[in-house]
Write a protein that binds this ligand. Structure first.
Ligand SMILES: Nc1ncnc2c1ncn2[C@@H]1O[C@H](COP(=O)(O)OP(=O)(O)OP(=O)(O)O)[C@@H](O)[C@H]1O
Ligand SMILES: [Mg+2]
Length: 348
């Protein structure tokens, strides 16, 4: 079942924490809500779940206006950051909870519980109490509990943020598998982790300051960001203030060949180039400066180069002889690897 936010506004007092959100999650789609702390992600989720009432706008699930429906009648499953299992109930009772509340017949409850535990790989733990489980196992139970009611819509609020990095990556793969098993369920996945968003989502909605800033496929947002915020939040970005001159731009005294895409000559713009697309040494679109910092990252080196008061990061394959601090170097990038953002302010 799809989800639609139709100009949804949420206020606490006179503080607008969600500002006219328009967003559609297609049936079976995984939509990540990505944004910094306080940007309104959880609030958006809670509006779908029915735990907050919009000051304006409508929420639709499966085409039906649910804005006035109580949470338990919306057919959603929800998983929050801190597992929130009932400590005095066994795993199977936790998973059965929503079914009992919905007065599902007993025999069917047993069936659904074992199905949900199977899907999350937790059958063997049915008789345990939450305190007898690891964090990752508890989060699986929370997911099983959300799935047991066979929701049309699954809301996940930073479900992996309490787990360590290794477990997180394993659970990420499991969520992807789970979604393949449930291809009709729409998933709204809140995260501030861009790797989770890039890995799992069909599309990413980027939020900042109560507003939707951008929305697109991961590849789209990464390769063709439309705003500086998206460019720096989805992946790493070098952002340089430039001035458009015909079919090129000027950065300080250097002319750079980049796709100008109809931005008027004389306009200030921001040039975005991903660090892994910046090469060290001379080449087309070369800029010269001094090495400010070199970080060894195992498979790569990240070299920071100061150029006219700006800094460019180049992520290059591990160097045999990394440049010395203060050394004069050139960096360069290919024309097709640059993206010009229109709304920037040039200062040079
Ligand atoms: N019950 C509440 N009463 C008043 N203000 C609230 C309430 N819940 C959230 N807020 C405010 O609304 C804003 C958005 O909060 P929200 O929880 O949606 O952010 P978020 O994007 O989920 O952030 P995080 O990544 O930290 O979880 C914040 O400024 C927060 O302080
Ligand atoms: Mg939140």
């Amino acid at each position: 079942m799809g989800i639609r936010f139709d100009s949804v506004t949420v206020r606490y007092g006179d503080n607008t924490v969600l500002d006219s959100l328009d967003l559609t999650v297609e049936p079976g789609e995984v939509m990540a809500l990505l944004g910094p702390s306080g940007s309104g992600k959880t609030t958006a989720l809670r509006a779908v779940a029915g735990f907050v009432t919009p000051a304006a706008g409508r929420v639709l699930i499966g085409g039906r206006d649910v804005t006035a429906l109580p949470p338990h009648r919306r057919g959603i499953g929800m998983v929050v950051q801190q597992y929130a299992l009932f400590p005095h109930l066994r795993v199977e009772q936790n998973v059965a909870f929503g079914l009992k509340a919905r007065k599902v017949p007993r025999a069917r409850i047993a069936e659904r519980v074992s199905e949900a535990l199977r899907m999350t790989g937790m059958e063997r733990y049915a008789r345990r109490y939450p305190r007898e489980l690891s964090g990752g196992q508890q989060q699986r139970v929370a997911i099983a509990r959300a799935l047991a009611i066979r929701p049309g819509v699954l809301l996940l609020d930073e479900p992996l943020s309490a787990l360590d990095a290794q477990l997180r990556s394993g659970m990420l793969a499991e969520l992807a598998r789970l979604h393949r098993e449930l291809p009709d369920v729409s998933i709204l996945y809140v995260t501030h982790d861009q790797i989770e968003a890039l890995t799992l989502a069909d599309r990413i909605a980027v939020m900042d300051k109560a507003r939707l800033q951008d929305c697109g496929t991961p590849q789209d947002l990464y390769r063709r960001p439309r705003t500086e915020f998206t460019a720096s939040f989805v992946g790493n970005a070098n952002l340089l203030p430039v001035t458009v001159i015909g079919d090129a731009v000027r950065f300080g005294g250097t002319e750079l060949k980049v796709p100008v895409d109809g931005i008027a000559p004389g306009a200030a713009a921001t040039l975005c180039v991903r660090p892994h697309l910046v090469g060290l040494g001379e080449g087309p679109n070369a800029l010269r400066g001094t090495v400010a910092e070199v970080q060894w990252r195992g498979a790569t080196h990240r070299v920071f180069v100061d150029i006219d008061g700006h800094q460019i990061k180049a992520d290059v394959r591990e160097l045999r002889t990394p440049p010395a601090l203060g050394q004069q170097v050139a960096v360069h990038f290919a024309t097709q690897d640059a993206v010009l953002l229109g709304a920037g302010v040039a200062d040079g």
